[in-house]
Write a protein that binds this ligand. Structure first.
Ligand code: 8YV
Length: 320
């Protein structure tokens, strides 16, 4: 039987590429080049399946140009905002993602962002690297302690729940807003808020964990930032589009926000130079799931979805 032809759009871990090469006629990208839109379309037209990352955008226009061969987009990501799911569905293309396997890694990064922001991690690191640490005093580099404070979560899905568990380790009280209230065994005493506004009012630390949708673009903006307690901390490991970055810069400059810890930005790669110029931010280049274990698990999960699809079984992580 001929193997299905599979395009792996970005460089994945060796074990993942080896398994893919065993089971598929693979087209790899060993130089890890980022495809232009035209290159992505041309490459996808020649294959039965594609395994992309969030760096490959499948807009309605791209999907319309893919032609009849491509049957499945098996994402190497939990977020699927880079794929127009309605257009894929209309074109009869199956779409899958990789939930669960990146929750621990992303929760680690959320806690790193929280602590880095609260305890001025980037400022201290930059000072030593620049050879500018020439003074010490008890009044020096005083940050905010998170222990015992209120940790607000927007989007209490898998990543939100694991992050809340880690925050519980700091004695933080968990508050959350989610489309649905969680059952007791998952809520674990966290306080449910049926509106974002009510959650913001009690979030000493606000951590974003919801998927990005057209409806929630810019949900953290001038109006909503004003609802946070004074000197709150914002953590974003979800998607840059959730935050109005101009409003964020203003809140960081005014002191309304004590600090922000960000792993994601509206412009990626690159980030936002206005944010990067501020002292009270801790910034990372979208590496929430970038651990050896999780990258392997994401790759294998995407391949599991492909295997199921080509065996005529419904893939476990089908989103369209
Ligand atoms: C990944 C992510 O690094 O899974 C997601 O949605 O944003 C990140 O964990 C990236 O998407 C890999 O393709």
């Amino acid at each position: 039987m001929t193997k299905p032809k599979l395009l792996i759009a970005r460089k994945l871990r060796p074990a993942v590429e080896a398994r893919a090469a065993r089971d598929y006629d693979v087209v790899l990208n060993p130089e890890d080049r980022v495809f232009s839109e035209a290159e992505l379309i041309a490459a996808c037209r020649e294959v039965d399946a594609v395994l992309p990352c969030h760096s490959e955008r499948f807009s309605a226009g791209v999907i319309a140009a893919l032609g009849p061969r491509l049957k499945i987009i098996a994402n190497h990501s939990v977020g699927t905002d880079h794929v127009d799911l309605a257009a894929a569905k209309a074109a009869g293309i199956v779409v899958t993602n990789t939930p669960d396997v990146l929750s621990d890694a992303t929760a680690e990064i959320a806690i790193l962002c929280m602590l880095g922001a609260a305890r001025r991690g980037a400022e201290g690191d930059a000072m030593i690297r620049a050879g500018k640490w020439d003074f010490w005093s008890p009044a020096f580099m005083v940050g905010r302690q998170v222990t015992g404070r209120r940790f607000g979560v927007i989007g209490m899905g898998r990543v939100g729940q694991v992050t809340a568990d880690r925050a519980r380790g700091f004695g933080m009280q968990i508050h959350y807003h989610n489309r649905r209230r969680l059952p007791d065994h998952l809520e674990k005493g966290a306080v449910f808020h049926d509106s974002v506004e009510s959650l913001l009012a009690v979030s000493d630390v606000l951590s974003l964990h919801c998927p990005a949708t057209p409806e929630n673009t810019g949900m953290i903006n001038e109006r909503t930032l004003a609802l946070l307690p004074e000197r709150a901390i914002l953590v974003n490991t979800a998607r840059g589009g959730l935050v109005d970055e101009a409003a964020l810069v203003a809140a960081l400059k005014s002191g309304k926000l004590f600090a922000a810890g960000l792993d994601v930005f509206r412009t990626e790669p690159g980030g936002n130079p206005e944010i990067a110029a501020l002292p009270n931010v801790f910034l990372l280049p979208h590496i929430g799931s970038a651990t050896e274990e999780t990258r392997d698990a994401m790759g294998f999960r995407a391949l599991d979805n492909l295997d199921a699809f080509f065996a005529g079984i419904a893939p476990g992580d089908r989103v369209a």
